[in-house]
Design a protein around this ligand. Structure first.
Ligand SMILES: NC(=O)c1ccc[n+]([C@@H]2O[C@H](COP(=O)([O-])OP(=O)(O)OC[C@H]3O[C@@H](n4cnc5c(N)ncnc54)[C@H](OP(=O)(O)O)[C@@H]3O)[C@@H](O)[C@H]2O)c1
Length: 230
C-alpha cells in the first residue's frame, strides 16, 4: 500500500519539487498551498488549500484529510524570508516570519498528530520533516542580519527539539532539514538545483522512515545528511 505524505507550500520552489519527487516515487501526495489553483499540473492524490498562518485554514485542511487517514510523512516546507537588521526592524516583519516559519509548522503538526499516530508503528516510525535553515543556527551565524528569518528558524529548531522528545514514545521521528542554498524565488542565486536538494533530503527521510530505533530523532541535518551545529 502506498504511503501518504502531506507537504506545505507546494505552489513553487522546494515544496513543489518535494511533491513531484514523492509523486514519482509512488506516494499518495497530499499537496497543499495557500492558493490551491497554484497546484495545477501536479498529479497529487489530494490538493488542499492551506495557509499555515491561519488556524481556520489548518483545521479545514485537517478535516479534509480526515482523522482516520494515516500520514506517514509530514513535510513542513512553507516559509518566508525578509531582509532585516538592527535599525530597520519592524514588529510586523519579525512577527510574520515567526508566524509562518515557526508557529505554522507547530500548529500544522499538532492538527495532523492523530494521522501521524495512525501511520506510526514501533519499528516503522512516521516522520515529521521541518524544512528549517542553517541560518537558524546560532553557532553558525557569522554574518549577522536577517533577524526575523534567523530568529524564526531558531525558534522552529527549538520547538522541534521538544517535539522530537515528546513524540518518540509514539514512534514519530522529527527531523530538521536544511535544504542547502537552493535556486528558488527565495534565493535566485542559490548554488544547487531543487532536484539536488530534494534527492538529498529524501535520502535522510527514507533512512529515518526505515529506522525503528529513531536514531536521527531530533537531528539537524543539511541536504547531504551532515549534522549541523545548533
Ligand atoms: N531556497 C533556499 O536556499 C533555502 C535555504 C534554506 C531554507 N529554505 C527553506 O525552504 C523552504 C522553501 O523555500 P523555497 O526556497 O522553496 O522558497 P519559495 O520558492 O519562496 O517558496 C516558498 C513557499 O512557501 C509558501 N508559503 C509562504 N507563506 C505561506 C503560508 N502562510 N502558508 C502556506 N504556504 C506559504 C509559498 O506559497 P505562495 O506561492 O502562496 O507564496 C511557496 O510555496 C522555506 O521554509 C525556506 O525557509 C530555503
Amino acid at each position: 500500500m502506498s504511503k501518504t505524505v502531506v507537504i506545505t507550500g507546494c505552489s513553487r520552489g522546494i515544496g513543489r519539487a518535494l511533491a513531484s519527487h514523492y509523486i514519482s516515487e509512488g506516494w499518495n501526495v497530499i499537496a497543499t498551498a495557500r492558493d490551491v489553483s497554484k497546484l495545477a499540473g501536479l498529479k497529487a492524490h489530494q490538493k488542499l488549500a492551506l495557509d499555515v498562518t491561519s488556524e481556520e485554514s489548518i483545521a479545514a485542511a485537517a478535516a479534509a484529510i480526515g482523522a482516520a487517514t494515516p500520514v506517514h510523512l509530514l513535510i513542513n516546507n512553507a516559509g518566508i524570508v525578509e531582509v532585516g537588521g538592527i535599525g530597520t526592524l519592524t514588529k510586523k516583519a519579525l512577527m510574520s516570519q515567526m508566524d509562518t516559519n515557526a508557529i505554522g509548522p507547530v500548529l500544522v503538526t499538532q492538527a495532523l498528530l492523530g494521522n501521524l499516530g495512525v501511520a506510526a508503528v514501533p519499528g516503522a516510525p512516521a516522520v515529521i520533516a521541518h524544512i528549517t535553515s542553517q541560518m537558524g543556527s546560532i553557532q553558525d551565524n557569522s554574518s549577522g542580519n536577517y533577524y526575523g528569518y534567523r530568529g524564526s528558524k531558531a525558534a522552529l529548531n527549538a520547538y522541534s527539539k521538544s517535539m522530537a522528545i515528546d513524540l518518540k514514545e509514539k514512534s514519530i521521528a522529527v527531523l530538521l532539514l536544511h535544504p542547502g542554498y537552493v535556486k528558488t524565488d527565495m534565493s535566485p542565486n542559490g548554488y544547487i538545483s531543487q532536484q539536488e536538494s530534494v534527492s538529498g533530503m529524501a535520502k535522510t527521510i527514507a533512512e529515518t522512515l526505515a529506522d525503528g530505533t529513531l536514531s536521527k530523532m531530533g537531528g539537524f541535518f543539511n541536504q547531504v545528511g551532515a549534522t549541523l551545529p545548533w
